[in-house]
Design a protein around this ligand. Structure first.
Ligand code: AMP
Ligand code: MG
Length: 483
């Protein structure tokens, strides 16, 4: 096996990480290997040599050129600042430059204790590993910026949470694992030099064109903030338009690359209700579906505070930081309007369409309608005049009038609707079923079947049940981080 490592993060100053090694596991066995992604990453590996893949992606055999580190970071967890978190159960093996010239991290999650583990065991149960694999790959197929899954390996060890579960390790690929919390870590220590190093590293890595194009008087820290605000506004609008609920939007779980990260208790909303929460630890609904834009802005304000400390005189950059944080909601709203417009077959939207969108959502709420399926009904109405059941005659005629005014053909309208509303999302009860089969019977075939379906989200699967919302007795109301 050959992985063309080039480890830029491990070349940063020592206080950015702790050198560490994955802790050996007794019996590594491959569950899943993402051949297409490995090719994209320029990894040379024989997919039929599953025992070598299992050894490498469990951490038992370090590939040549790896320089394993646990990254340091802090974070606000449910609003409470924790000055030191860090990779407590993850190890960054290193980075590669992919086929598109993009630098990507290769990280083992569940690889054993590190200097940041605190009381934890450094391990991951199989349930969260399979959930992350399925949902991150589904999100990618849906066009949402996200970390990816390269491999999943069983460890042959039990992990004890509420009960003993099989242990597993996921190999996570990310544009980087730099989080808002990484900046907070250095800001909390008054380490201005490290903040500037991290700003420069982040700009060079994720936004190489931003600094040359920015006004000369704008500090690099604010140039970075502007980029992150813009990316996160797009990202969260995309989540919202798919009914995705992240579940634990702590500042350590928000990247500066704009990729979705940390698929702990995440889930897709079925029945439309803006207050929907799945995470068992989110008792006040802080991270409910409708709160996500507000929370993203709150997190970005914490990033802004940290970034101010990169400047000799932090207060000098304050007006700029406030302006940028204030620009989040208008950017988010424009992105949301664009996404929802697509779901309604509209290419161009303006503020006057907000009422049409809101009226639709109000009716879906009253009807307790499935968020994803409701838009399929609208597609069916536009393609073969099949009457929808989830909206009123009044809303329907307002919508059809609006479409008639647009200067697009019906075919163009239907194309954007299909593009914006997938046939398949990884519904929670289906994810729970494949996890149960893996946990109880070591049966991974259901996982592979669901993975194939959710990574082709525009195709209606043969088994129509995979598109349907949960039956009342199948519904899953609570999800768990599994940490
Ligand atoms: P998460 O909920 O996965 O975002 O993790 C939050 C923090 O807890 C991070 O610092 C993790 O590294 C740490 N953590 C989570 N689970 C474990 C575990 N099993 N062992 C050690 N640290 C953990
Ligand atoms: Mg995390």
């Amino acid at each position: 096996m050959k992985i063309p490592f080039d480890n830029s993060y491990a070349r940063l100053p020592e206080r950015f990480f702790a050198r560490t090694s994955p802790v050996r596991v007794p019996e590594p066995a491959l569950i899943a290997w993402n051949e297409a992604l490995s090719a994209e990453l320029n990894i040379l590996a024989d997919p039929s040599d599953t025992s070598l893949l299992a050894r490498v992606f469990s951490g038992n055999q370090l590939p040549e050129g790896a320089d394993p580190v646990a990254q340091a970071y802090a974070g606000h967890q449910f609003g409470q600042f924790v000055p030191q978190l860090g990779d407590g159960r993850a190890v960054l093996l290193g980075e590669v430059v992919d086929q598109h010239g993009q630098r990507r991290d290769i990280q083992l999650k569940g690889a054993g204790r590190t200097p940041f583990s605190r009381g934890g065991d450094g391990r991951a149960p199989i349930g969260p590993v399979l959930r992350e694999y399925l949902v991150s790959e589904a999100m990618h197929a849906l066009g949402v910026p996200t970390t990816r899954a390269l491999a999943a390996v069983r460890t042959g060890e039990s992990v004890f949470r509420d009960y003993a579960q099989p242990g597993a390790i996921i190999t996570r690929i990310a544009a980087s694992h730099i989080r808002i919390g990484t900046f907070q870590y250095f800001a909390a220590r008054g380490d201005q030099e490290a903040l500037n190093t991290l700003v420069d590293h982040s700009l060079a890595r994720h936004y190489p064109d931003a600094l040359p194009q920015a006004p000369k008087e704008m500090p690099a820290s604010m140039v970075l903030l502007e980029q992150v605000v813009a990316r996160q506004a797009q990202l969260v609008a995309h989540w919202m338009s798919l009914g995705f609920i992240h579940g634990v939007m702590n500042t350590d779980n928000m990247t500066i690359s704009g990729e979705t990260i940390d698929y702990g208790p995440c889930a897709f909303m079925e029945q439309y209700d803006p207050q929907t929460v799945f995470s068992a630890i989110d008792r006040d609904g802080r991270y409910a579906w409708h709160n996500q834009p507000r929370i993203a802005q709150w997190n970005l304000a914490r990033l802004a505070e940290a970034l101010l400390n990169a400047n000799d005189d932090p207060s000098s950059a304050l007006p700029e930081a406030e302006r940028l944080i204030g620009s989040f909601m208008p950017q988010y709203e424009a992105a949301w309007r664009q996404r929802m417009g697509g779901k309604l077959g509209l290419h161009q939207l303006d503020e006057s369409d907000d009422a049409l969108i809101q009226q639709l959502l109000d009716e879906l709420y009253q009807q307790q309608a499935d968020f994803t399926q409701s838009f399929h009904q609208l597609i069916a109405r536009r393609t073969h005049a099949q009457a929808p059941t989830v909206v009123s005659a009044q809303w329907l005629s307002a919508w059809l009038d609006r479409l008639a005014q647009a200067d697009t053909t019906v075919d163009e309208q239907v194309a954007v609707m299909r593009q914006s509303s997938p046939s398949v999302i990884p519904r929670n009860h289906l994810v729970a079923e494949v996890i149960a089969a893996a946990e109880d019977d070591a049966d991974y075939a259901p996982f592979q079947r669901l993975l194939a379906v959710v990574t082709a989200p525009q195709h209606a699967p043969e088994d129509a049940r995979l598109m349907q919302p949960a039956e009342p007795q199948e519904r899953v109301f609570r999800t768990f981080c599994g940490t």
